[in-house]
Design a protein around this ligand. Sequence first.
Ligand code: ADP
Ligand code: MG
Length: 261
Amino acid sequence: MSVLRVLHLSKAFGGVHAVENVSFEVGEGEFLALIGPNGAGKSTCFNMINGQLAPDAGDIEFAGRSIAGWKPRDIWRLGVGRTFQVAATFGSMTVAENVQMALKMALVSHHGEIFRFGAAFAARHRERAVELLAQVGMADAAERACKELAYGDVKRVELAIALANEPRLLLMDEPTAGMAPRERNDLIGLVKRLVIERRISVLFTEHSMDVVFAHADRIIVLARGVMIAEGDAKVIRDNPQVQQVYLGTGRTFTPHVEGRV
Ligand code: ADP
Ligand code: MG
């Protein structure tokens, strides 16, 4: 069963057809990579799915309901999560406080629970926050200020924050941007494990083809706003059109793609 269905989605900016007639589905518990060269329309797709941009045409169905053109907050509330930057905004708070804040926001949003700062309430959130941090391998850093963390660790905290809302679908637009290849592989591997354990679905973009081929259940390739291929690692690796788009020569993906961040 599909959790997300994207149907004939289009979006243009002036004369630029950023996304044109794109259709795909994300299955329950699926780890789906959306790839393509810079300017292919990946972020525009993400931004329409999470409500930051309204599509010009087409539809987006989440859990059987049309959400095209909804506000980001309403889409988030339905269970579509996304990673967002914590470093800039809440850098002076500790790692645990950041996750506790996300847990409170989720409660208020879903149950209309009013902010209460009683000891029992705080302890319950604290426990849950540390649990989430443990799942992303960051429990030991609970008391550290977010701004002191290494870049890769901030990304793990962002993931814990996104999980606090218990999303059914998690959208990750370049979660490993700026990371070294080894760190990329570790983070995407971690997300993949969480997908399996928590039975959530993930749609992500990632520049390293090695990482995509190693972890994605299925891969969708966009080029200039148009979907050009869909399939597993082998199908995508062997697809001449995909090779053409990435290199123009049909050689291996890796050296070219690793270099761009
Ligand atoms: P990707 O994420 O795959 O690199 P984008 O979705 O960011 O690609 O961009 C797709 C195309 O749409 C590009 O040509 C880009 O320049 C254009 N584009 C994206 N956002 C805007 C915008 N807000 N205004 C104008 N053009 C945009
Ligand atoms: Mg992008």
